[in-house]
Design a protein around this ligand. Structure first.
Ligand code: WT7
Length: 637
């Protein structure tokens, strides 16, 4: 079924070797198994200095033909999407490949009739309903560039992203259900659009029946627009012919500066990479049910709910809700109900469910499970063991998949039942991936049992092409720290067998519940509060979230009750970024430890937040060393 699916450890080593020795032949042989309108002239052209990376140049294709049309002959009635509501009582939905194909074409026609053209940017801000996948694929069908924004981001965050991408269209819902909450998505969009000059049309899909205000000439209902195209008769929407390197989507992610960047992925390479990694890492077999618990608003959802599984003709399960509502048995109930084969989730979810005890697993039949997966942050051994024993019943391999928004798909991971797992290690690079560890002086660290900054030496098909509208930023962020290498921002260790263990970010980026949050972004948001003079944000170990957000704030005393101010600061961060970026702890401080040149010594703040105050290192270069004791004494536990 999948000619390039690797079946044994030996075959892995052989493929790996081939992929490094002759990448062009290797990837051409993989790419041959996709549907092209025209094949490539050249498999790979690259230079990391500009950077300029082109895979399959000259090729013409449409990714939706690979995700939909090509499955119709044999698998028209295979379920493409299984959808489970937030509400366990609401009937689930099944969309076969035939139905999904139909709905994507239908909505693609809606987009066209609303004036969307190839290359236009469309922002999608929806909850986890099948229409989100339909909207995403409909954009790809006509060559429009989607920019999906997670439903937890605030109006301000959306406004910034709309502006950065100069988006002209928005697809949203009246609201979204998440656990006991009902999030008024359309109303958030309305706030984001105050002062916006580029957006011409907002298409609103009905979900929650939350009252919304529809602005004349700008806002239309999804359902009405569908009816309009229906009356035109022909539901077909031929796939736009795209160049291999045409942009497929933009996805915003945080970095070490205050402004999120639009990571750009192109069409052919991303398709080949998500499909190849999906089929190999999870060892997907036809008719299996794949359940990735991420939201499509993040890269994990793009690659392993939508494009990877659908391009492989798989059945992908979309879940609207959250793991702990109505109770902490929700995932297990879903596994039982749909006989899930592959469960791909995040360590933070596992740790949180662990805390609820084993009662929620009792009576749930998990025997359909064959493969478990983890992504987003290092999985600690305790969570690994719990997952392995209680969910996998000791017989399911766990794939620990390391990758990033920028890498498009999984980079370092064991492959289920093919290469061995090692708890807390992502283990081995996939074919095509050449990791290396670098020291501070830009020298590669060779050998075993060593650690350094993780870089990648050569291009892979799914890699970032640029940061939208600012190519130089892409170069500075990823290709300038080390010559001729892609810098991941992660620290990493390599053991005696060549297994890699990611040790966490080495830049000012936090990983909170598997979400990337830049400290500078949170600081900017905090500083917007009228009662704040200055702030510094660091991470600290958090039992469930992996990292928590610790904020040191210089508070303007004239603004009254400090406890109220703390609440107000949280409110401000929610408003500027979204609730996911709210600090877990706020400490008011009289000053921040700075060097004589005015640089904040974050190292010291990090140590204090971590509770590791025994050895703060050299504090003699501080402008005011006595400040450190004051901050230590005021630490929030
Ligand atoms: C950062 C990327 C890629 C999907 C989700 C997050 C961390 C991701 C692992 C893992 C250790 C991991 C890294 C990486 N990370 N997976 N298996 N083990 N760390 O995407 O938001 O782009 O974040 O997540 O620090 O750089 P993202």
């Amino acid at each position: 079924m999948y000619p390039f699916q690797i079946k044994t450890k030996e075959a892995y080593h052989k493929s790996y070797q081939q992929s490094i020795e002759d990448p062009e032949t290797f990837w051409a042989s993989v790419a041959n198994h996709f549907q092209w309108k025209k094949k490539w002239d050249k498999v790979l052209e690259w230079n990391f200095n500009e950077p300029n990376v082109k895979w399959f140049s000259g090729a013409k294709l449409n990714i939706t033909e690979n995700c939909l049309d090509r499955h119709l002959e044999k698998n028209a009635n295979t379920p493409a999407i299984l959808w489970e509501s937030n509400d366990p009582e609401e009937h689930h939905r099944v969309l076969t490949y035939k139905e999904l194909h139909f709905k994507v074409m239908q909505f693609a026609n809606v987009l066209k009739s609303n004036g969307v053209k190839k290359g236009d940017r469309i922002c999608i801000y929806m909850g986890m309903i099948p229409e989100l996948a339909i909207a995403t694929l409909a954009c790809a069908r006509i060559g429009a560039i989607h920019s999906v924004i997670f439903g937890g981001f605030s109006a301000q965050a959306i406004a910034d992203r709309l502006q950065d991408a100069s988006a002209e269209f928005i697809i949203t819902c009246d609201g979204a259900f998440r656990g006991a909450k009902d999030i008024p998505l359309k109303s958030v969009i309305d706030d984001a659009l105050v002062g916006n000059k580029t957006v011409k049309r907002v298409i609103v899909c009905t979900r929650t029946r939350t009252p919304v205000s529809m602005i004349k000439g700008r806002d239309v209902w999804w359902e009405d627009e569908i009816k309009k195209v229906e009356t035109l008769g022909n539901p077909d929407c031929p796939a736009e012919i795209m160049d291999a390197e045409d942009i497929l989507f933009i996805l915003y992610t945080s970095g070490s500066t205050g402004k999120p960047k639009g990571v750009v992925h192109s069409t052919a390479g991303y398709m080949v990479w998500t499909n190849y990694t999906f089929v190999n890492v999870f060892q997907y077999q036809p008719a299996q049910v794949h359940f990735c618990t991420a939201d499509i608003g993040w890269i994990t959802g793009h690659s392993y709910i939508v494009y990877g599984p659908l391009s492989a003709g798989a059945t992908t399960l979309m879940f609207e809700g959250i793991p702990t509502w109505p109770d902490a048995g929700r995932f297990w109930e879903i596994v039982d109900k749909y006989k899930v084969d592959i469960l791909y989730t995040a360590p933070t979810a596992i740790r949180s469910l662990m805390g609820f005890g084993l009662d929620y697993i009792k009576g749930k039949d998990l025997s359909s499970l064959k493969v478990l997966g983890s992504v987003g942050e290092p999985i600690n051994e305790e969570a690994w063991n719990w997952f392995h024993k209680n969910i996998g019943k000791g017989k399911c391999p766990i794939v620990d998949t390391w990758w990033q928004t920028e890498t498009g798909g999984i980079m370092i991971s064991n492959m289920a039942n093919v290469t061995p797992a090692k708890p807390s290690f992502a283990t081995l690079p996939l074919p095509g991936i050449q990791p290396c560890l670098m020291d501070e002086n830009g020298k590669e660290i060779e050998g075993k049992n060593v650690s350094g900054n993780l870089c990648i030496k050569a291009p892979w098909p799914g890699m970032i092409r640029t940061t939208y509208g600012d190519h130089d930023r892409c170069k500075q962020t990823y290709f300038s720290a080390y010559e001729n290498k892609y810098f991941t921002g992660d620290g990493c260790l390599r053991d005696a067998e060549g297994n890699y263990r990611i040790t966490g970010r080495v830049d000012d980026v936090l990983n909170v519940s598997g979400h990337r949050i830049g400290t500078a972004e949170v600081e900017n948001a905090i500083n917007m509060h009228a009662g704040v003079i200055e702030s510094a944000v660091v991470g600290y170990p958090h039992d469930i979230k992996g990292q928590g957000i610790y904020a040191y704030v210089i508070h303007d005393g004239s603004h009254g009750d400090p406890n109220l101010t703390k609440q107000d600061i949280l409110q401000t961060v929610s408003r500027i970024i979204g609730p996911i970026a709210k600090p877990d702890k706020i400490q008011f401080v009289p000053g921040l430890p700075k060097t004589r040149s005015g640089k904040i010594m974050r190292r010291i703040l990090r140590k204090i937040a971590e509770g590791d105050t025994g050895n703060l290192g050299d504090t003699s270069t501080l402008l005011d060393p006595s400040l450190v004791d004051v901050i230590k004494d005021g630490k929030i536990n």
